[in-house]
Design a protein around this ligand. Sequence first.
Ligand code: ADP
Ligand code: ADP
Length: 225
Amino acid sequence: MATVAISDVRKSYGSTQVIHGVDVHIDDGEFVALVGPSGCGKSTLLRMIAGLEPINGGTIAIGPQVVNNLPPAERDIAMVFQSYALYPHKSVADNMGFALKVAGVDRAEIATRVAKAAEILGLTDLLSRKPRNLSGGQRQRVAMGRAIVRDPQVFLFDEPLSNLDAKLRIQMRAEIKELHQRLRTTTVFVTHDQVEAMTLADRIVVMQAGRIEQIGAPLDLYDNP
Ligand code: ADP
Ligand code: ADP
């Protein structure tokens, strides 16, 4: 676990500034949701934390370390995407273990970590299946398993549930909540769904046109008379 400190972060694409001096300090173990209308900059901010987009000003620190110039693989984060991006020709177990294999982790350790993540996510009986033989919810679980096995300091979720039907979305939402209660990994979760944010997050960051409009606990933001 680690803090994520976002200080006066700015981002432009060409001459268009899309993030205007954003400040958010996320506590160790905290679950923060980023919400706001399409195009307000949620995904850009998340991708900057991941190192998938360079920042044009300010600093991002994970724990004590300023990560501005670190590539994604050196940030000790794991990201879960909306599109599962699973390898179609690899089994569930190989999909979950692949990043560890690339990182040079030995086979026994990979097997242990994959088995543990599979148990947490209810995938134990599906480890030898190929993604095409899984349901949407099972695929999303594999995508989460791929993040869990890396045991990162920070989880980054980019609208992971928005491709799922309503029933499954509610079920997966509960599973993500349970996962956070179990692992207590610092989490940043992008969603355009207010209910999802309220159900999951300790604090909600409301963005609007590249700025932070409000930050607060769910009840403080939405239940004020
Ligand atoms: P959100 O995730 O809240 O929908 P984004 O972070 O995707 O918003 O986008 C923020 C703004 O940046 C939008 O105006 C979007 O059009 C713009 N943008 C995002 N990615 C790029 C890019 N690669 N090139 C140019 N503009 C971009
Ligand atoms: P794996 O998740 O098993 O490493 P890939 O290497 O194919 O699988 O990555 C899938 C997606 O995750 C790609 O879009 C890649 O850019 C992104 N990605 C991979 N590693 C990281 C990382 N450390 N941080 C953020 N995104 C990453």
